[in-house]
Design a protein around this ligand. Structure first.
Ligand SMILES: [Mn+2]
Length: 433
């Protein structure tokens, strides 16, 4: 194997030197302003340094729509190359050591070797993801009309076994969670018996749950439409919550920001799941019309802040069963996936730090006194602070880049990868879940 190009620590340090003086000036200035409000910038920087979000293995490839996929240059062609890209993201932003695998797309020939390959890059494996929403070559039975909820018990069994295989592989790789999203549902009224389909789902999930190790968690991801356009079996957080309760204490509800009807109050969904002790975590992304195609914080940054406001509130209250797993899940159609993932990771830390700026005593007082104007003002005061100097300082202290995208571009990483990774003919598109 020829030597693969990597962005070196020296290069990052050299690039950081260019912006260091301005960063320090801005950081001091912001520190003074926050101090006036009783906040210590060093505490906030510590928070930023401790923030973690996992990257999806499938996110480093270019996504597509059902109409077309326009591949980018130097796309990863296998799990090792995907991990190289994940390692590059981690090196620059320092918040993303976890990688979430999708099986069978990322199924390794040698799991010990893959685990070592990841560890060598400072990476570990986050939640496993099963795939019963498409047929794989050589698969005996088709998922065209469903998987865990299929009317044929043999198809359901095949789907259950695939999930158990994902868990077994995840144990070898050091993962501690398994995420299940199914594409099951109906395109036409009358196609599916709603109650029977959900009953079959629970029966199948009970078999998967039974195979879950004691220290693992099972994440249920809901999605209100697509690929089924009329009805999906796990369509919203309410159904997800019912199933998580039925399954047991190791089952939780995962919130993908894109998988809600327009204008749903997602921060309230989050608060409900926190209150019920059933919040699994997130697939972060953003959307204008539907689904999960855009970078986190690109359309509704205030919504992202309001979600983190609920999360930080729960964190500060030290609530039981509150240990959310954060993951990105986006499709990149027109951007370099590495740049998009770095930008999204940055937006999450931004929202997290901003949520720590909320004056919670003043907010509670406004709520108690029924003063909605001041309550909103409390949130807006935090949301409108530009915390970029904190984010830059946190990355620099962790050995990352002050400006990850600029450093990435200056390194010519993508050009190097385009040479190292000539496109394979007929390579499959990365999916998005
Ligand atoms: Mn998702």
């Amino acid at each position: 194997m020829t030597t693969q190009f990597e962005i070196s620590d020296d290069f990052i340090a050299h690039e950081n030197d260019k912006g260091k003086a301005w960063l320090e000036e801005d950081y001091d200035e912001l520190g003074k302003r926050l101090r006036r409000r009783g906040l210590f910038i060093e505490d906030l920087t510590q928070k930023a340094q401790s923030f973690r979000v996992a990257v999806p293995s499938w996110g480093v490839g270019t996504g597509g729509t059902r109409f077309a996929r326009f591949p980018g240059q130097g796309e990863p062609r296998n799990i090792h190359e995907k991990l190289e890209d994940c390692g590059t993201i981690f090196k620059l932003v320092r918040t993303t050591p976890g990688v979430s695998l999708h099986i069978p797309w990322d199924k390794p020939e040698d799991h010990a070797e893959l685990r070592q390959f990841a560890n060598d890059r400072g990476l570990h494996f986050d939640a496993m993801n099963s795939n019963t929403f498409q047929d794989q070559s050589g698969q005996p039975l088709s998922y065209k009309f469903g998987s865990l909820t299929h009317t044929d018990p043999a198809v359901r069994q095949q789907a259950v076994e695939h999930n158990l295989e994902c868990i077994a592989l995840g144990q070898q790789l050091g993962s501690k969670a398994h995420t299940v999203w199914i594409g099951d549902g109906g395109n036409f009224p009358g196609q599916q018996n709603f109650r029977q389909a959900l009953k079959r789902y629970l029966e199948s999930m009970q078999e998967i749950y039974a195979g879950l190790p004691d220290d693992w968690r099972l994440f249920i991801e809901h999605k209100f439409y697509e690929p089924a356009f009329y009805s999906t079996v796990i369509n919203d957080w309410g159904v997800s919550y019912h199933c998580a309760r039925e399954l047991g204490p190791k089952a939780f509800c995962l919130v993908d920001l894109g998988h809600h009807a327009p204008n749903v109050n997602i921060e309230m969904v989050v608060a409900r799941l926190i209150q019920f002790g059933k919040l699994a975590g997130f697939h972060f992304n953003d959307s204008k019309y539907g689904d999960d195609d855009l970078d986190a914080g690109s359309i509704k940054p205030f919504q992202l802040f309001l979600i983190f406001n609920e999360l930080v509130d729960a964190e500060l209250e030290k609530l039981d069963n509150f240990d959310p797993a954060y993951m990105l899940d986006q499709s990149h159609n027109v951007t370099d996936p590495i740049e998009s993932l770095m930008s999204s990771a940055n937006e999450l830390v931004r929202a997290y730090v901003q949520a720590h700026l909320v004056n919670r005593e003043a907010l509670t007082e406004s709520q108690e006194k029924n003063d909605p104007l001041m309550a909103l003002a409390c949130l807006k005061q935090a949301f409108t602070v530009d915390v970029s100097p904190i984010l830059g300082m946190a990355r620099q202290r962790e050995g990352g880049a002050i400006d990850p995208v600029a450093t990435y571009r200056a390194s010519n990483y993508r050009r190097h990868k385009a040479e190292e990774r000539p496109a394979k003919k007929g390579a499959a598109a990365s999916g998005i879940v």
